[in-house]
Ligand binder design. Structure first.
Ligand code: ADP
Ligand code: MG
Length: 702
């Protein structure tokens, strides 16, 4: 059944080992180098990987559904006699086939078909189709179902078992994968580790659970598997979540094992900062400042995520940490995801640090050559420094003599290599890492996704803010809104008008924003209307932002570039055009630009009717609450986990069976178990990581 490793490798050394779960897939029958190459794109390299390549769903073709009982939006297997077949040209060339099974009819529609196909679908023959049922004008339909035809009904039988559906890649069919996985399961029978139960995890042994999931046998199993309530699934979900906890702990252990520069007297730096701030910190800020100060004084690197809603005052935390490093003669950087945000941080920090005699450096790709060399020189010299900028600070060629701390703002916007790059800039010592995120994540979910980081939460807004009232209005009401802005600005208020993305193109976006600004200037000739968009030079943007901050302009038209972090306390009206196009967290971020001063603020969500159910639910949520955590929770429910969490998503974190959102409540009891396994059974811990995670370094990349 298996091609022997020997015949492939000749008399090489590896040849003597019999096939096992660590063997490469090429040694399996039917998997040549070309197949193996393709499977690598699915991260499948060895036999074990195949075993743990799990179906994402099942197709149930175990019985024929009578046409009369077909329900829309369900998948069904149907068998009937072809009673009509013709090609029509209504707008689009369509092959229409009608089958009848005695209880009723079903229309099959094909837009892509060849003459042979057309020929085979002849009236009088039998056809079996599997597909998703829709309601058409004349009854149930399927578009492009999977099908087979035969001259006798008996030749078209249902499947005996539920069909597992695996994630695929080009050139690999379900059939091929099922075959390879069956071979892997045969080999797995000889693997002792898979057959034993795991300490702390209830339910069947891993191998039995895998068999039940790959090869469902009984009808009772089938129902449970479809509902995801089968004990085998529950068992493996627990094992997978445990493996991820282990992986993140292992990574954390590795990072923490490197020595970090212990920063002396960080608490004094906090006091010094508080002495120059124009406000008193909130209780939540104080608590997080303490946590960070404690981390910084340790000779192991800090790995801390600070979560706080927009406007909760995360910049203060960053400033204190930067200051602590600098006062101790070390270097610290603050990296922001956009130019605009980096510039704003520079302004804020320059103002706060000025009385302390510290001028932060600035670096982005737009900094001119001479200035750039000056900054690089300063950073390469063993002198204390605080640098603010974009990811330009992380590029090759930027060397730090004494990097002790990196602060990353709005972490979810960062790309794959950047966190790693940050880590490597510290030379022999690992820099402390502070990561700030405005995407609130429910606590249980944070434990699932960030077990490698310590998490601080700023769960209190600075005082004196009045809540933002939110209304959703149809674009038909635009003229009214424009008039309201006119009178509000006449009373000294300021407003944002946000143009949302129309195309994935900065250029078109910029044009749309320019057109909107031109129109508003015509409609409101008494106002000064500013404009910022992504295509502007930084100094142009700067001029526009400054004019708005000074009150020279009263209305600022902007693309979503203002989304993160921009701070103008006097602005109290936010209009979001085509709000239905944006996701909940993005809308929440935008709305966070207002409600920063003492004045009552309004947010107007202008939408283009008709609204989809999803868009309606989003706008309704936003109207109902301003609590970022509640919005995050709702966002998860509405969208599923994949979209909300930026890079560290289901897909990136690579969960196969578990769902980080749905299954988050299962995680807390697994945490002590993970600690125990790492301490008492390290080989078992490594094995679980190998099964489910692969290389734990992947967490550092998301
Ligand atoms: P975040 O980055 O968390 O969205 P910022 O750090 O930009 O929030 O702070 C938002 C605004 O609130 C800024 O104008 C900041 O100066 C101000 N601020 C921060 N902390 C306080 C506080 N404790 N009291 C009053 N204002 C504060
Ligand atoms: Mg911020």
């Amino acid at each position: 059944m298996f091609r022997s490793a020997r015949s492939k490798l000749g008399n090489g050394k590896a040849a003597r080992s019999p096939l096992n779960l660590d063997s490469e897939i090429t040694y399996l029958k039917g998997a040549g180098p070309a197949v193996a190459q393709r499977l690598r794109t699915l991260d499948l390299r060895c036999v074990r990987d195949l075993l743990f390549h799990l179906p994402t769903r099942y197709e149930d073709r175990r019985k024929h559904t009578p046409c009369a009982r077909l329900r829309p939006d369900t998948d069904a297997l149907v068998r009937g006699r072809i009673v009509a077949a013709d090609v029509r040209f209504a707008g689009r060339r369509t092959l229409r086939v009608v089958i009848d099974d005695g209880t009723g009819g079903l229309l099959l529609r094909f837009f892509h078909f060849n003459p042979a196909q057309r020929e085979s679908l002849a009236v009088g023959r039998w056809l079996q189709a599997y597909g998703s049922v829709r309601t058409g004008t004349a009854g149930p339909e399927m578009v492009h179902p999977q099908y087979r035809v035969a001259d006798e009904a008996e030749a078209l039988q249902p499947d005996p078992y539920l069909a597992p559906i695996y994630p695929l890649t080009t050139g690999i069919t379900q059939q091929r994968l099922r075959g390879l996985i069956a071979l892997a399961l045969d080999l797995a029978a000889a693997d002792a580790a898979l057959a034993t139960t795991l300490p702390g995890l209830d339910g069947p042994a891993t191998l039995d659970a895998l068999r039940a999931i790959h090869h469902p046998k009984s009808d009772a199993d089938a129902e449970a598997l479809i509902e995801r309530s089968h004990p085998a699934q529950t068992r493996l979900i627990h094992e997978e979540l445990l493996a991820h906890q282990l992986g993140m702990r292992l990574l954390r252990g590795r990072l923490k094992a490197r020595p970090a520069p212990a920063i002396r007297k960080p608490a004094d730096a906090v006091s010094a900062l508080l002495g120059v701030l124009p406000f008193a910190p909130t209780g939540a800020q104080r608590r997080v400042l303490d946590e960070v100060a404690k981390d910084l004084s340790a000779s192991r690197p800090m790995l801390r995520l600070v979560q706080g809603d927009v406007g909760s005052g995360k910049t203060v935390i960053a400033a204190a940490a930067l200051l602590a490093a600098c006062r101790d003669g070390l270097q610290a950087v603050l990296v922001a995801p956009t130019e605009l945000l980096a510039e704003q941080h520079l302004r804020t920090l320059s103002a706060w640090f000025e009385p302390l005699g510290i001028a932060p450096l600035f670096l982005s790709n737009r900094v001119k050559k001479a200035e750039r060399s000056r900054v690089l020189e300063r950073l390469a010299a063993p002198e204390p420094a605080i640098a603010v900028g974009t990811h330009a600070l992380l590029q090759d060629g930027v060397d730090y003599a004494r990097l002790a701390l990196t602060v990353v703002d709005e972490q979810h916007r960062f790309g794959v290599q950047q966190r790693i790059a940050l880590r490597e800039k510290g030379g022999k010592l690992a820099p402390h890492q502070l990561i700030m995120s405005a995407t609130p994540i429910p606590r249980t979910l944070a434990q699932t996704l960030y077990a490698d980081l310590d998490v601080s939460v700023i769960d209190e807004l600075p005082p004196g803010r009045t809540p933002v009232t939110t209304v959703a209005l149809s674009a038909a009401k635009r003229a009214e809104i424009v008039a309201r802005i006119g009178s509000a600005c006449a009373e000294g208020r300021q407003a944002y008008w946000v143009c949302t993305l129309i195309e994935e193109s900065e250029e078109l976006d910029a044009e749309a924003a320019e057109a909107t600004a031109a129109r508003l200037r015509e409609e409101l000739p008494q106002l000064q209307v500013g404009l910022v968009h992504g295509r502007m030079k930084p100094d142009q943007k700067e001029v526009q932002m400054r004019a708005f901050k000074d009150g020279t302009t009263q209305l600022l038209v902007a693309t979503t570039v203002i989304e993160v972090g921009v701070d103008v306390p006097n602005a109290s009206i936010m209009v979001i055009d085509n709000a239905e196009r944006l996701g909940l967290s993005q809308l929440h971020q935008l709305r966070g630009r207002v409600g920063r001063g003492a004045r009552e603020s309004q947010c107007v969500l202008l939408y283009q009717p008709p609204l989809s159910d999803m868009a309606r639910a989003r706008l309704e949520t936003l109207r109902a609450t301003t609590d970022g955590f509640a919005i995050a929770q709702r966002d998860l429910e509405l969208r599923g986990p994949g979209e909300l969490l930026g890079r560290r998503q289901t897909g990136d974190i690579g969960m196969k069976l578990a769902d980080p959102v749905r299954d988050a409540p299962l995680v807390p009891p697994l945490q002590p178990l993970a600690d125990r396994l790492l301490a008492e059974h390290p080989p078992l811990a490594r094995l679980l990581i190998a099964r489910w995670v692969g290389d734990p370094e992947r967490y550092a990349m998301v």
